[in-house]
Design a protein around this ligand. Structure first.
Ligand code: EPU
Length: 417
C-alpha cells in the first residue's frame, strides 16, 4: 500500500500538460465494442481505471495493447457478453459496457458496479431506458441479466441528466432499429467526446452538449482513431494545488471553456487567471479570500468532481465559504481528514461551511475516494510540515503520475510503498 509524503509550504512554478479525460476514455473504451474493428485511442491517460476497463475488454475477447498514450482496441474478436463481479466492482464505469454489449450482442450479464463510495449510486435510469428500448432485464441478487431480440429506437426522458445513463443509451441505440431521442440528457463535455468517437464510426449522433441527443441506429465503419479531450477535473485540481501552495503554473493541453465555473471561483478567491485557446496561466501569489457559495450542478454548473479540491484550496482563505453538494449524497468524506490538518469545516447534510484558518498543519491522513484524495494533496501542499496520505490507490484511479507532476513543479513530495 503506497503512501504519499508531502512537506508542505513550497510554492509551485512551471508547466503541466493536462492528460486525457478519464471520464471520456472509459466510455470510449466501451464504445470501441461497436467498432467491430480496431480503434486507436490517443491521449489515453495511464490510470488504474483504464487498466480495469482493459481487463473487461480482454475478458470479453477483445485484443488491447498500449504504447505510451496510445491504446489499441480490436473488438472484432468479441466473444462473451458477461462481466464477472470481480471486474465490475473495480469501478463505476463498468456499467457503461452494458449498452455497448447489448448493441453488439443483444444480451449482457453483469453485476452492480463498484466505484467511489459517494452515497447510493443506483442505475435505475440506465435500466429503465434499456427497458423502454425493448430489453428484458432480470435483477437478481446483484446480478443483471439483460436480453433483447432487437432493441428499438424510442424517446427517452431522463428524470435526471445522468452522465452514465446518457452514455449507456447512446451506446445501446447505436445499432438498434429506428431513432432514439434522449431528452434531459447530460451535457458534460465527455458526452460530446463520446459523440465525436461514435461519429468516427459512422454512427449518426447529434445534439451532444445540449439536453437533446438523437441517435439513428446504423452500421459502423470498422477501424478508426480518436483523440480524447483533456481532463477538465485534472486541470481544476492542478489549479487548486497552485491556489493552495501559492506560485504560478501554466496548464497546457486544456480546454478553458470546459472549466469556466472553476476558473471564475478561483479568480474570485484572488488568483489571477489568463486563458489562451488551450492554455491556462494561474498566478496565486495574492492572499486568498472566501467566495460566494459553491453549489455543485450538472454541466455547465460547478462540477461535483472539483468540489473537494477547491474546498481544500478554500481552507486558509480569509472568511467563510459555503459549499452545497447537489450531485452525490455522500461527497464530504474528505472533510474528516482535512479537519485533522486543522481545517474548520462544519457539515449538515448537503451543506459544508468552511471558516478560513490562518494555516493548516501536516498530519497522517487517509484518502477515501478519488477526488477526496486529490483534496488531501491540495491541502497538504499549502500546509506547514509533513503530511502522509494513505489510500493512494483511490488517487491513482484518476490522476496519471500526480506525484511526478507536482515534484516537477517544485513540491517536496514522495510516493513510497
Ligand atoms: N443517478 C440515479 N440513477 C441512475 C443514475 C444516476 O439516481 O440510474 C444519480 C446518482 O446516484 C447521482 C446522480 O444521479 O446522485 C449523478 O450521477 P451520474 O449518473 O450523472 O454520474 P455517473 O455517470 O455515475 C459520472 C462521472 C463521475 C461524476 C458524475 C457527475 C464517470 C465515469 N463518472 O458519474 O465522476 O462525478 O458523472 O458529473 O464518468 C469522478 O471522476 O471522480 C467521478 C465520480
Amino acid at each position: 500500500m503506497s503512501i504519499i509524503r508531502i512537506d508542505g509550504g513550497r510554492r509551485l512554478y512551471g508547466t503541466v500538460s493536462v492528460h486525457g479525460a478519464k471520464n471520456s476514455v472509459l466510455p470510449i473504451m466501451a464504445a470501441a465494442l461497436l467498432a467491430c474493428g480496431e480503434t486507436v485511442i490517443h491521449n489515453c491517460p495511464n490510470l488504474s481505471d483504464v487498466d480495469a476497463a482493459t481487463r473487461i475488454l480482454v475478458h470479453l475477447g477483445c485484443i488491447v495493447n498500449r504504447e505510451g498514450a496510445k491504446v489499441y482496441v480490436d473488438s472484432k474478436t468479441l466473444t462473451r457478453s458477461d462481466i464477472p463481479h470481480e471486474l465490475m466492482r473495480e469501478m463505476r464505469s463498468s456499467v457503461i459496457f452494458l449498452g455497448a454489449i447489448m448493441a453488439r450482442l443483444g444480451e449482457a450479464v453483469l453485476s452492480l458496479p463498484g466505484g467511489c463510495e459517494l452515497g447510493p449510486r443506483p442505475i435505475d435510469l440506465h435500466l429503465s431506458a434499456l427497458r423502454a428500448m425493448g430489453a428484458e432485464i432480470d435483477e437478481e441478487g446483484g446480478n443483471i441479466v439483460c436480453k433483447a431480440k432487437s432493441l428499438k429506437g424510442c424517446r427517452i426522458n431522463l428524470a435526471f441528466p445522468s452522465v452514465g445513463a446518457t452514455e449507456n443509451v447512446m451506446l445501446a441505440a447505436a445499432k438498434c432499429a429506428g431513432t432514439t431521442i434522449i431528452t434531459n440528457a447530460a451535457c458534460e463535455p465527455e458526452i460530446w467526446d463520446l459523440q465525436s468517437y461514435m461519429r468516427r464510426l459512422g454512427i449518426k449522433v447529434h445534439g451532444a452538449g445540449t439536453s437533446i441527443i438523437t441517435i439513428e441506429g446504423c452500421g459502423q465503419k470498422g477501424n478508426t482513431e480518436h483523440w480524447v479531450i483533456p481532463d477538465r477535473i485534472v486541470a481544476a485540481t492542478y489549479m487548486a494545488c497552485a491556489a493552495s501552495s501559492g506560485g504560478m503554473i501554466e496548464l497546457t493541453n486544456v480546454y478553458p471553456g470546459h472549466i469556466l465555473a472553476v476558473t471564475e471561483t478561483l479568480e474570485e478567491m484572488g488568483c489571477e487567471i489568463k486563458t489562451g485557446s488551450d492554455t491556462i496561466l494561474i498566478n496565486a501569489d495574492k492572499p486568498r479570500k472566501a467566495v460566494k457559495p459553491i453549489i455543485t450542478k450538472p454541466y455547465p454548473g460547478f462540477p461535483t468532481d472539483a468540489q473537494p479540491p477547491v474546498m481544500a484550496a478554500s481552507l486558509t482563505a480569509d472568511g467563510t465559504t459555503v459549499f452545497v453538494e447537489n450531485i452525490f449524497e455522500n461527497r464530504y468524506r474528505h472533510v474528516a481528514e482535512l479537519r485533522r490538518m486543522g481545517a474548520d469545516i462544519k457539515t449538515e447534510g448537503r451543506v459544508a461551511i468552511v471558516s478560513g484558518v490562518k494555516k493548516l498543519h501536516g498530519a497522517p491522513i487517509t484518502s477515501t475516494d478519488l477526488r477526496g484524495g486529490a483534496s488531501l494533496l491540495v491541502a497538504a501542499l499549502g500546509a506547514e510540515g509533513i503530511t502522509e496520505i494513505s489510500g493512494v490507490a483511490h488517487i491513482d484511479r484518476g490522476y496519471d503520475d500526480i506525484t511526478g507532476v507536482l515534484e516537477s513543479l517544485g513540491a517536496d513530495i514522495l510516493k513510497f510503498d
